[in-house]
Write a protein that binds this ligand. Structure first.
Ligand code: MG
Length: 387
C-alpha cells in the first residue's frame, strides 16, 4: 500500500509536484510518478546485476553474506520505516535507496578505487556519478529515450556527492553543489539509512565469517551496551540468536534517535516545503551527538578490524589486479570488448578522444558482476580458458 498523499508533511516531496523528467511523458495513470520510478529501477538490468556484486565479501565466499542487492533492500527497508514514521514520501525514499548503488563496480570499494585510479587522467570514476549515468544513459529499455528517464527527485537523491568540476557539467542536478544547498529530506534520509544498514550488516557478516570476534566487539560502546542488556534479560541466550538480538536493538536505537533528532530539527527550522528544505544552511536528517559518536566509533572499528582484515585485503588486492588488467587490455584494444561495447567506445572516442574511449571501458567494467569480471580476466589472460 502506498501512503495517501494527504498524510505527507508539507516539507516532504509531493507526488504531484515533481520537477519532472528529461523527456516529457504522459502521467502514469494508476501509479504516482515516484512509484513509476521505483518500478523502473526494479525492472532494470543494473538492479539485477547487484545480486552478484560484492558488498564486503565476494559472492563465491558464501551464500549467506550480504550482496549489493540485499544491501540495497535493507537500506530501503530501514529508510522506508523512517520515512513513513515522519510523514515523508516513502515511495520516493524507496526508489532512491534501491537505485543508490546501481553504478557500483564489481568487488565493492576495491573495485571502485581501482577503476578510479585507472581513470585518473580521464576524469576519474565515482560510483554515485556512475549510478546517475546508468539511469540517465546506459540502461536500454524504452523506445523513446535512453536510460530510465527518472524524475528529478530520484536523480537528486542518487547523486549523493559530486566534485564542483563535475557539478558544473550536470545542469540543474549539479546546481546544489555549486550553491551549497541540500537535497530533499527523502534523499538525506536514504543517505543515512545506507550507513545504518552497512554498519550493522557488515558487523553481522564479519562475525559470521569469523573475521570479527565478540571479544573485539566488546570494545565498541554501542555493541557492548546492547549485548550486555540482551544477556541480562536472556542469560542463557547464545550463538546467532544472541548476535541478531543485539544487532536488531542497535538498529532500533539509532533509528529511534534519528527520528527524534530529525523531528526536533524540523520543528526548529519549520521548512514550508521541499524548496525551503533545499535552501536551509544545514541538513536536517541526522543523529543526536551521542549516537553520532557511537556510530562513528563502530564505523572506525569496522574499518580497522574488518575492511582491513588480511583475508579481506587479499580479496581487495586481487580485485585491484583484475580491474587494472581489464582496463588496460580494453583501453589498448577496445575491439576486445563485445561488439556493442566496442561500438560504444568508438562513439565516445569520436566525441571526446581518449577520455571518451576510457569512459566506455569504465562503463563496461563497472557494469560487470564479480564473477563476470573474473571470467573476463580468465578469458583474456588464461591461455587454457575458452575465449
Ligand atoms: Mg550503499
Amino acid at each position: 500500500m502506498n501512503q495517501p498523499t494527504t498524510s505527507l508533511a508539507a516539507y516532504a516531496a509531493q507526488d504531484d509536484r515533481t520537477r519532472g523528467r528529461h523527456y516529457l511523458e504522459p502521467s502514469p495513470g494508476y501509479r504516482t510518478e515516484f512509484q513509476r520510478d521505483r518500478d523502473r529501477i526494479v525492472h532494470s538490468t543494473a538492479f539485477r546485476r547487484l545480486v552478484y556484486k560484492t558488498q564486503v565479501f565476494v559472492n563465491h565466499e558464501g551464500d549467506l553474506y550480504r550482496t549489493r542487492l540485499t544491501h540495497s533492500v535493507e537500506v530501503a527497508q530501514i529508510a522506508r520505516t523512517i520515512a513513513r514514521a515522519m510523514n515523508l514520501n516513502e515511495t520516493l525514499t524507496e526508489a532512491i535507496c534501491l537505485a543508490h548503488d546501481l553504478g557500483h563496480t564489481p568487488f565493492g570499494h576495491a573495485g571502485q578505487d581501482a577503476l578510479n585510479e585507472c581513470m585518473r587522467e580521464y576524469g576519474g570514476f565515482e560510483h554515485n556519478l556512475q549510478s546517475l549515468r546508468v539511469v540517465e544513459e546506459l540502461e536500454e529499455r524504452y523506445a523513446e529515450f535512453p536510460g530510465l528517464n527518472l524524475t528529478f527527485e530520484v536523480r537528486e537523491g542518487i547523486l549523493k556527492h559530486c566534485s564542483l568540476k563535475n557539478a558544473a557539467k550536470l545542469g540543474e542536478l549539479g546546481e546544489r553543489f555549486i550553491k551549497r544547498q541540500h537535497p530533499s529530506l527523502e534523499a538525506q534520509l536514504a543517505n543515512v539509512a545506507d550507513e545504518i544498514a552497512y554498519n550493522n550488516h557488515d558487523l553481522d557478516d564479519g562475525l559470521r565469517a569469523g573475521l570479527l570476534t565478540l571479544e573485539e566487539l566488546a570494545e565498541v560502546t554501542i555493541f557492548r551496551r546492547h549485548y550486555d542488556s540482551v544477556l541480562k534479560r536472556y542469560p542463557g541466550l547464545s550463538g546467532r540468536r544472541l548476535i541478531h538480538e543485539t544487532v536488531r536493538r542497535m538498529i532500533n536505537e539509532v533509528v529511534t534517535d534519528l527520528i527524534d533528532t530529525t523531528s526536533a530539527a524540523i520543528a526548529v527550522a519549520e521548512p514550508a516545503d521541499i524548496e525551503a528544505v533545499r535552501r536551509l544552511p544545514a541538513m536536517l536528517v541526522g543523529f543526536g551527538s551521542t549516537v553520532a559518536a557511537e556510530h562513528l566509533e563502530l564505523k572506525q572499528f569496522l574499518r580497522k578490524n574488518l575492511y582491513r582484515h588480511y583475508r579481506v585485503l587479499r580479496m581487495t588486492t586481487k580485485a585491484h589486479k583484475v580491474v587494472q588488467a581489464l582496463f588496460s587490455a580494453f583501453m589498448d584494444k577496445p575491439e576486445l570488448m563485445p561488439p556493442e561495447h566496442w561500438v560504444h567506445a568508438q562513439r565516445l572516442q569520436g566525441e571526446a578522444g581518449d577520455a571518451g574511449r576510457a569512459r566506455a571501458v569504465a562503463d563496461y567494467i563497472a557494469g560487470m558482476t564479480d564473477r563476470f569480471a573474473i571470467l573476463e580476466y580468465d578469458r583474456l589472460f588464461d591461455p587454457s580458458e575458452r575465449t
